[in-house]
Design a binder for this molecule. Structure first.
Ligand SMILES: NC(=O)c1ccc[n+]([C@@H]2O[C@H](COP(=O)([O-])OP(=O)(O)OC[C@H]3O[C@@H](n4cnc5c(N)ncnc54)[C@H](O)[C@@H]3O)[C@@H](O)[C@H]2O)c1
Length: 254
C-alpha cells in the first residue's frame, strides 16, 4: 500500500480527497498537514517541518504560502509531489521546475479529466478560429476563492496562446481604460458567489456566430480523484515535470 501525505488536509479539497481515497485499494493517507489542524480520524501536523519521515507521494491542496515548505520536504526526502494549489506566481513556478530536476512533479491548475480534454480540443480549434473570432473566458467559483482569474482560466488561455502563432494580451480588467478590444486580446471575467464548484466557458465570438466550449464541475470529487490518479501516475516515474496531458496520453496508450 502506497502512503500519501496531504497538505491542506483540513480544507474542502483535503477532506474530499480523504473521502475519495477510501475507494482505492493501493493508496492510503499516511498523515495530513494543516495549519488549522485537528482531526480525530487522521494525524495532522501543523507544519511540514514536523513531518520527519518520507512518504511515497505528497499531494498539495493548500495555499501558495506553503509551497516553499512543500518543495523543501519533497527535495529532502525525494518524494514525488502533486501540486494542485492554484494562484502560484512565476517565481513559484521556477522553484517547481528546479525541484523537478531531482524528483517527479505533477502540476495542474485543474485535475479534472474534462477540462484537460477541453484543452486538447482548444489546440485543434484555436488555430482555425483565432484570426476571425474574439476569444473571451468566463469563469465562476464559490465565494471563498482567493485567486482571480482562476488557475484553470489561465491554463485555458495559455493552451490557446501556445497552440497559435500569436502573442495574445491577457485582459483582466476593462474598467481602467476606455477603448475597444484588440483582436489579440483574451478577456477574462471572474464571477464569485455561493457554493459554485467551478464553471469555465471559452467563447469564440465571431460575426453572427458564437462557439462556446463549456465545462461545469458538479462536485470537488473530480479534482480529488484526478489528483489521486496523478499521484499513482508519478510514483515510480523519473524526475521531471508532468501534467494531465501525459497522464491522458498514457491512459489512451499513445
Ligand atoms: N488543481 C485543481 O484541480 C484544484 C481544484 C480545486 C481547488 N484547487 C486549489 O486547491 C487549493 C485549496 O482549495 P480548497 O478549496 O481546499 O481551499 P480551503 O481554503 O478549503 O483549504 C485550504 C487548507 O489549507 C490550509 N492551509 C493554508 N495555508 C496553510 C499553510 N501555510 N500551512 C498549512 N496549512 C495551510 C488551510 O488551513 C485549509 O485547511 C486552492 O489553491 C484551490 O484553488 C485546485
Amino acid at each position: 500500500m502506497k502512503k500519501i501525505l496531504i497538505t491542506g488536509a483540513c480544507g474542502f479539497m483535503g477532506k474530499t480527497l480523504r473521502d475519495c481515497i477510501k475507494t482505492y485499494d493501493d493508496i492510503e493517507i499516511a498523515a495530513g498537514v494543516d495549519i488549522a489542524g485537528n482531526d480525530e480520524n487522521l494525524t495532522i501536523f501543523r507544519t511540514l517541518e514536523n513531518v520527519t519521515f518520507p512518504v511515497d507521494c505528497l499531494i498539495d491542496f493548500s495555499n501558495p504560502s506553503l509551497l516553499g515548505d512543500v518543495l523543501s520536504y519533497a527535495a529532502k526526502y525525494k518524494v514525488p509531489a502533486v501540486i494542485a494549489t492554484t494562484g502560484l506566481s512565476d517565481e513559484d513556478k521556477k522553484h517547481i521546475l528546479i525541484l523537478s530536476e531531482t524528483v517527479p512533479v505533477f502540476v495542474s491548475a485543474n485535475m479534472s479529466m474534462g477540462i484537460n480534454l477541453i484543452c486538447e480540443l482548444l489546440k485543434q480549434i484555436a488555430p482555425v478560429l483565432y484570426k476571425s473570432f474574439d476569444i473571451e473566458i468566463i469563469e465562476k467559483h464559490h465565494n471563498r476563492k482567493l485567486d482571480a482569474p482562476s488557475g484553470t482560466a489561465i491554463m485555458l488561455a495559455d493552451t490557446i496562446r501556445e497552440s497559435v502563432d500569436e502573442d495574445f494580451n491577457y485582459i483582466y480588467d476593462r474598467h481602467a481604460v476606455r477603448k475597444k478590444r484588440e483582436k489579440t486580446d483574451i478577456g477574462f471575467s471572474s464571477i464569485r458567489g455561493g457554493t459554485i464548484v467551478g464553471e469555465h466557458d471559452v467563447l469564440f465570438a465571431g460575426d453572427d456566430e458564437i462557439i462556446t466550449l463549456s465545462h461545469t464541475a458538479m462536485s470537488r470529487r473530480i479534482f480529488a480523484n484526478g489528483a489521486l490518479e496523478a499521484a499513482k501516475f508519478i510514483m515510480g516515474k523519473q524526475s521531471g515535470i508532468y501534467s494531465m496531458k501525459e497522464l491522458i496520453k498514457e491512459r489512451l496508450g499513445k
